[in-house]
Design a protein. Structure first.
Length: 107
């Protein structure tokens, strides 16, 4: 069943995103069009409650990084490397929903 929100993650990524190098733990790096932000964003916790994430975040369609987990790293092009601390669902019911990765600087 399709949803009104299907396709929105891709559209948002194309509009507001850019290339980010993602390296899963023990895997090869790959460049993914996604959104890196230093400003607070809202995510959804496992119980469905809204959570404000104030650390830098990386927002990416789940289908592009099905293996994403704590400890993976990204390089968004700002000269720094970040490690993923937490992975939050965006709260969208769409088939192409995004995940929001809470980051901390490692370099």
């Amino acid at each position: 069943m399709t949803s009104l929100f299907d396709g929105m993650a891709g559209l948002l990524t194309e509009t507001f995103g850019g290339p980010v190098t993602y390296t899963p733990a023990g895997g090869a790096p790959r460049v993914i069009a996604s959104v890196f932000r230093r400003t607070p964003v809202e995510a959804t916790d496992p119980e469905g409650h809204a959570v404000l994430v104030t650390t830098p975040t990386w927002t990416v369609p789940r289908a592009l990084v099905p293996e994403v987990k704590r400890g993976d790293r990204i390089v968004p092009g700002d000269g720094l490397t970040y490690e993923i601390r937490n992975v939050w669902p965006s709260g969208s019911p769409a088939a192409d929903a995004r995940v929001i990765c809470e980051l901390f600087e490692v370099d």
